[in-house]
Design a protein around this ligand. Structure first.
Ligand code: AMP
Length: 284
C-alpha cells in the first residue's frame, strides 16, 4: 500500500527524510486529483512513475473551486478504492488532507491568473479557477515536486497552471498528459458516474462532434462560424443534451480563432441532464 498522509507536516517530514537518506538527488512527481480515480488519472500517475523516483498523488475535493450551486456535496468519493488503484500502480505516497489542513482558520490568501481565468469555463463558473490555482499552488508548496502532471482533458486549467508556474517562477515543470477516452470516445471523467445509460449516449455527442468538425476541416472548411453551426446542429440532435454552454475555437494558447488550422483547439462545455461535461480536441 502507498503511505497515506493527512497532515501537511507529516508529509513534509516524510519527503524530507527520503531526500536526506539517499546519496543521489531524489526527483518527486506530483499528480493532483480530486479522487475517484479513472484511466485518465492513471495515465498521469504512470507518466510520473516513469519520470520520477517518488510519485505523490493528492486526493482532495477542493471546496473553493466549486460554485454554490455545483456538485461539491455529491462529487464521488472513495478513498479505499483510490488507495487500491494507487497500490496497483506502485504509487509511493497518497496525500489526502482534511479541509482544516488545506484551509487553516482565518484563511484569506488566494492566487488568481488574470485574463485566462475569465474566459470560457471562467464565464460559466466564476471563481472556479481561483480555487484551482490556489489549491495547486498550496499542493506545490507542500510537496515541492520537480514535476507536476496535468491532463489536457481540462485544457484551460492546464494553460492557467502553466501561466501561474511561469509568472510566480515556481521551480516545477508542468507535464501535460493527453486526454484518455473510453473505447467509444467519451473522455474519462469522475463525473461520468452521474450519467444514466441514456444520458451517456447523449454525452457521446461531444466526441462525435469533434470527429465531425475534424472531417469538415479535412475537407477544407476552416471558418469557425460555419464549423460551430455544424457542431451545434449535430449536438442538438441528441435528445438529452439540455444546454450548450460554449463551442469555442482557439489557438493552443486559448486566443479565439476565426480561421481554424492544425494545432488549434476546439473546446466544448455542455449539459446532459444535470451533468456538466467539458472536453476539447486538438485540430490535426
Ligand atoms: P480531477 O480529479 O478531475 O480534478 O482531475 C485531476 C487531473 O486529472 C487533472 O489534471 C485532469 O486534467 C486530469 N484528467 C481528468 N480526466 C482526464 C482524462 N480523461 N485524460 C487525461 N487526464 C485527465
Amino acid at each position: 500500500m502507498p503511505l497515506l498522509f493527512r497532515k501537511v507536516k507529516e508529509l513534509r517530514n516524510h519527503l524530507k527524510g527520503l531526500k536526506c537518506d539517499r546519496d543521489k538527488p531524489v526527483s518527486v512527481g506530483l499528480v493532483p486529483t480530486m479522487g475517484y480515480l479513472h484511466e485518465g488519472h492513471k495515465a498521469l500517475i504512470r507518466e510520473s512513475l516513469l519520470q520520477n523516483d517518488i510519485t505523490v498523488v493528492s486526493i482532495y475535493v477542493n471546496p473553493t473551486q466549486f460554485g454554490p450551486n455545483e456538485d461539491y456535496q455529491r462529487y464521488p468519493r472513495d478513498l479505499q478504492r483510490d488507495m487500491a488503484i494507487c497500490e496497483d500502480l506502485g504509487v509511493d505516497v497518497v496525500f489526502a488532507p482534511t479541509d482544516e489542513e488545506m484551509y487553516p482558520l482565518g484563511f484569506s490568501t488566494e492566487v488568481y491568473v488574470k485574463g485566462l481565468s475569465e474566459v470560457l469555463e471562467g464565464k460559466f463558473r466564476p471563481g472556479h479557477f481561483k480555487g484551482v490555482t490556489t489549491i495547486v499552488l498550496k499542493l506545490i508548496n507542500v510537496v515541492s515536486p520537480d514535476r507536476l502532471y496535468m491532463g489536457e482533458k481540462d485544457y484551460q486549467q492546464l494553460k492557467i497552471v502553466e501561466r501561474m508556474v511561469k509568472d510566480l517562477l515556481l521551480p516545477v515543470e508542468v507535464v501535460p498528459v493527453k486526454t484518455v477516452r473510453e473505447p467509444d470516445g467519451l473522455a474519462c471523467s469522475s463525473r461520468n458516474v452521474y450519467l444514466s445509460e441514456e444520458e451517456r449516449k447523449s454525452a457521446l455527442s461531444i466526441y462525435k462532434s469533434f470527429l465531425l468538425a475534424q472531417e469538415l476541416i479535412n475537407k477544407g472548411i476552416k471558418d469557425a462560424k460555419t464549423l460551430r453551426q455544424k457542431m451545434e446542429e449535430f449536438i442538438r440532435s441528441f435528445p438529452l443534451v439540455r444546454k450548450i454552454d460554449y463551442i469555442a475555437f482557439t489557438d493552443k494558447d486559448l486566443n479565439p480563432k476565426i480561421e481554424v488550422e492544425k494545432g488549434d483547439r476546439i473546446l466544448v462545455a455542455l449539459w446532459v441532464g444535470n451533468t456538466r461535461l467539458v472536453d476539447n480536441w486538438e485540430v490535426s
